[in-house]
Design a binder for this molecule. Structure first.
Ligand code: ATP
Length: 360
């Protein structure tokens, strides 16, 4: 079980604090995605894990080995860690096989073992057929597979991936997410994967740590993070979300402008506290204002004017102006259509709504 344990990790650069005391655990064999917007401290956390930076406070453990603390840092080469960057960093003058075998050769492993590990690793990332090519003869995705193979060949205890797919085009990125997950399923390496792309985190990770401004917001499975976000920031960062800001009325009620809406309250806020009602656009249903007999039971009911509507094939993305500078997004069936300016009634099923507090 053990794996990586990060305890109260703080990192300051001069007067600026990039990490404010992070506590995290990555059990052996799991893939943790560190997810958050630019500047939230993902790369800093990875640099500390790799041993390129020393923490200002706190500790990093791998099983029972103390890797980093403010008192000292185990050098990167002694950590059993491999790192893959977004810019591949493969050697252009070496073939695929030479790139992958390089780390094994400098460890002075016997020739037969190098050959065996090389074959096995190239098979894992499906590069056997390209072993004699040079990087300039490979696509971006293939080059990134070389970088991954090079990291895997040395059989690290921990694999760190820093935005490994950012340089690839959207289609390839989507494909590579599944490949990374497959390689992880095959090898079961303890992995930390830094990304700002929520879909990448959802597809690849066993656990996701969502960060903002150097604070950990939530640690959980992809389902936990999506379905039970700990606050409105997490809800809005993962997947499309409506966030209607208001104040708590207590007992599962929130005042949003002149409306009092109800929803399961997960904010922990006191009466009068700042909270938001969050609901996914896919859960919102829209009806023409003239329609009667609406299935409104168990729903919050709001009305507004359609501001814009976009046809996206599988659904329509409709933005409704609720007045008071509030808007509501609804993903509705493509057969349903409202022209801009139409007055509509929106039904928000109470069970799909959540009252959440602000970011930590
Ligand atoms: N060496 C440094 N000196 C000063 N400030 C730094 C240093 N490294 C990082 N920072 C600051 O710490 C904060 C966190 O940076 P970090 O690179 O960890 O963010 P990130 O979440 O990885 O962002 P991105 O996705 O843009 O790479 C940023 O505000 C950054 O400017």
């Amino acid at each position: 079980m053990s794996g990586i344990r990060i305890k109260n990790l703080r990192k300051s650069f001069g007067t600026y604090t990039a990490l404010h005391g992070i506590d995290l655990q990555v059990p052996n064999g799991t893939l943790l995605a560190l997810l958050g917007p630019s500047g939230c401290g993902k790369s800093t956390t990875l640099q500390l894990l790799a041993g390129f930076e020393a923490p200002t406070e706190g500790e990093i453990w791998a099983d029972d080995v103390l890797l980093s603390s403010a008192r000292g840092v185990l050098p990167p080469e002694k950590r059993g860690i491999s790192l893959v960057f977004q810019n591949y960093a493969v050697w252009p003058h070496k073939t695929v096989a030479e790139n992958v075998a390089f780390g094994l050769a400098i460890r002075r492993l016997p020739k037969a073992e190098i050959a065996e590990r090389l074959d096995r690793t190239l098979r894992t990332v499906r590069l056997e057929a390209l072993r004699d090519r040079y990087p300039s003869e490979l696509s971006g995705g293939q080059q990134q597979r070389v970088a991954l193979a090079r990291a895997l060949a040395v059989e690290p205890r921990i694999l760190l991936l820093d935005e490994p797919l950012s340089n690839l085009d959207a289609h390839l990125r989507e494909e590579m997410r599944f490949e990374i997950r497959q390689v992880h399923d095959l090898l079961g390496l303890t992995t930390v994967y830094v990304t700002h792309d929520q879909s990448e985190a959802l597809v690849t990770a066993d656990r996701i740590a969502v960060m903002k401004s150097g604070h950990l917001q939530q640690l959980g499975s992809p389902e936990d993070i999506f379905e039970r976000p700990s606050n409105a920031f997490v809800a809005t960062f993962i997947g499309a979300n409506n966030e209607l800001a208001g104040t708590s009325e207590g007992n599962g009620a929130i005042r949003v402008g002149s409306h009092v809406l109800t929803a399961p309250d997960r904010s922990g806020a006191a009466h009068g506290g700042t909270v938001s009602l969050c609901v996914r656009p896919s859960q919102v249903r829209l009806f023409g204002a003239e329609e009667t007999g609406l299935p409104a039971e168990g729903c919050n009911v709001l009305s507004g004017t359609v501001q814009r509507s976009a046809y996206l094939g599988e659904y329509r993305d409709v933005l409704v102006d609720l007045g008071g500078r509030r808007t509501l997004r609804a993903f509705i069936p493509p057969a349903q259509s409202f022209a801009p300016g139409s007055v509509v009634t929106a039904l928000l099923p109470i069970g799909s709504c959540q009252i959440l507090g602000p970011a930590a």
